[in-house]
Write a protein of this length. Structure first.
Length: 240
């Protein structure tokens, strides 16, 4: 079992690899773009692989616990007055830097799976969200492909529509949209993590995937399938 320091190192290394995959990052952001408003709290902003697409929003607050990643984001976006960053974990919120009810969008991409108490994390996101706002979550999908990559990255779990919807509802969020994404990536993750037992993202495979993104996107538009490497779910605070 990987120690906390090993997990942090693997996560930061994977973010560095993913930072080079502009097509992939832009593709994922395009999936969440319709649900993103003007005041955004990004949970687990990392080194800014998603933040770079939020710079036209009125306000962006990034939460990031890894000091090395936070330093990189702070340097990268220091000239953008609409961005600020909080060095801490979601459990430290709400607070003065990340106030309750202040955001029309709480965006959490590939972070929830790292948090043992996922319902508690979603409840905190609900607190940060304005009454008419949205919580937008992207997570790894399907425990059937959970493997060495997941363990190395500190993933507590992978989700399906049912398990994530249950967590949303227990946290006081009403799911309003869900979709599986990246059918091709499902097979790649299965091969790399379960068959080859890799513990790091293969940069060569990642670059190849990045070049194929336009074709994968066209395929999924024509033939959406009921599974994928990732699951997108959107919810709003349940006011009942």
């Amino acid at each position: 079992m990987a120690g906390a320091a090993d997990v942090r190192s693997e996560v930061h290394t994977s973010l560095e690899v993913l930072s080079e995959l502009y097509n992939y990052n832009h593709w994922l952001f395009n999936k969440v773009r319709p649900f993103v408003g003007e005041t955004v709290c990004e949970v687990g902003c990392g080194i800014g692989n998603v933040t770079q697409f939020l710079l036209n929003r009125r306000q962006v607050v990034g939460i990031e616990p890894l000091a090395a990643s936070l330093r990189q984001s702070t340097r990268r976006f220091r000239d953008h007055l609409n961005t600020r960053f909080f060095n801490g974990v979601l459990q430290d919120c709400p607070n003065e830097a990340v106030p309750a009810g202040a955001f029309d969008t709480v965006l959490c991409m590939n972070v929830l799976e790292h948090i043992e108490d996922d319902v508690g994390a979603l409840y905190t996101m609900c607190l940060l969200c304005a009454p008419r706002g949205r919580v937008v979550v992207l997570v790894p999908a399907h425990m059937s492909i959970y493997g060495e990559l997941d363990r190395a990255f500190g993933h507590c779990r992978r989700y399906n529509r049912k398990t994530l919807a249950v967590a949303f509802r227990e946290a006081g969020l009403l799911p309003t949209y869900s979709r599986y994404i990246n059918t091709i990536g499902y097979f790649g993750w299965l091969w790399e993590g379960r068959c080859l037992h890799r513990r790091q993202i293969n940069p060569r495979s990642a670059r190849l995937f990045n070049r194929l993104v336009p074709f994968i996107d066209a395929f999924e538009r024509l033939l959406p399938l009921p599974f994928g490497q990732s699951l997108l779910m959107v919810g709003r605070p349940d006011s009942r």
